[in-house]
Design a protein around this ligand. Sequence first.
Ligand SMILES: Cc1cc2nc3c(=O)[nH]c(=O)nc-3n(C[C@H](O)[C@H](O)[C@H](O)COP(=O)(O)OP(=O)(O)OC[C@H]3O[C@@H](n4cnc5c(N)ncnc54)[C@H](O)[C@@H]3O)c2cc1C
Length: 421
Amino acid sequence: MRRKIAVIGGGQCGLHVAFGLLDRSYEVTLYSDRTPEQLLGSRIQSTAFLFNQTLDMERRLGLNFWETEVPLGEGMLVDFREPTGKSVLTVAGRLQEKSGQALDQRTKFARWMQEFQLRGGNLVIKTVTLDDLEQIAADNALTFVAAGKGPINALFARDDARSRHQSPPRQLAALLLRGSKLLGERPWPKADFRPLRFNFVMGVGEFFSLPFYTHTAGECRSFLFEARPGGPMDRFNDAADSQELLNVARQVVREFAPDDAAYLDDARLTDANAWLKGAFTPTVRKPVGVLPSGRVVMGIGDTVCLNDPIAGQGANNASRLADHLLRAIGEAQGEAFDAGWMQSTFDAFWQTSASYTTAFTNLLLEPPGEAVMHVLGAASQNRVIADEFVGCFETPSHFWPWIADVGAARRFVSDRMANAA
Ligand SMILES: Cc1cc2nc3c(=O)[nH]c(=O)nc-3n(C[C@H](O)[C@H](O)[C@H](O)COP(=O)(O)OP(=O)(O)OC[C@H]3O[C@@H](n4cnc5c(N)ncnc54)[C@H](O)[C@@H]3O)c2cc1C
């Protein structure tokens, strides 16, 4: 069989797969719609935090070039608030030795693309069209489409059974900021670690701040706002530029998390491109794209499994899928990479991993149910439970069954209490 594989899209999923294939001696062509230089000078598209398991995958591929520069996110400090801004529950849990990191994707993907060429990969700068895909699929034994939210996604049909949303559940806005109160080891004295700072404001939306690193400014913090459409926090859309967006961010924090407001007092954007706003509909798509010729290509990453960023799972999920694909390719042993292989390979990943990731993400978008409130109430009083809750973000299937079942949640809490006693 030809050992030629093409990957469309130089993001988290496409690059991860491409490096893994090079390691397995495949001839790999990666298509990116931007050069590394264009990427470095572009607007941010994400503020992704990666859990340790994902960082380990990158370490195994020798891609951890920023290991010591990027500040560790060591745990989560979460306040659940009333719409008045009053906190009604605080949970602080550590990721323990499993700390993660958030690195600007512009910084990372630009360097990775250069590294891909150094390792013998074939990088083509091109916005791939459906017509191009025919030729690419004809030339390669397997073609992956890892185009994120790019319009080429239309080739992959929405999977109605696996997709819950018909419209965007949140209006998003994000910024990268530096400020005197935002950096360093312990910016929030309430937490004895450097936290991912979460605020959940009932009926209003959420906002998150992560320790972050970008090539334009070094250590900084990302801020991501998730406004319920039409709700009182849904006011970022009118911001015409980054300064207006920052002003709205200040207002929102002052109003809905007043004890966090001072963190933004002297905050400044890391660079003119360090902001985004918009909305999208989370969608699961069928993994097999059939071209007019009848040839097939496989959608991967956000192209087929696009979730809201509320649970910080998209890039982690993209890498978990990349890892799964590399194992499946290794085990294929001469089997054709046909539609059946693509479907069964994706279904196996969906059943063991992505279905939980998607369900957990969707759960966070809804008001918390009785089961999760029972665990969070206990977590606010008991560090062991808080740590375990926070640790599950790395492998969302570990939230089950107790996250959605009151009886299981009670047993989960009483088991931990008994162990502690
Ligand atoms: C505000 C925000 C915050 C987030 N925070 C987190 C987080 O904390 N943790 C987390 O895990 N995830 C997070 N995510 C999600 C995460 O960024 C994505 O899930 C992840 O980047 C998906 O990887 P991907 O490779 O599928 O797509 P992408 O990383 O989007 O890469 C796709 C690439 O393909 C290129 N492309 C598109 N069309 C074409 C074409 N036709 N030809 C050639 N190239 C093309 C695009 O330009 C892009 O470079 C966040 C997302 C957002 C929006």
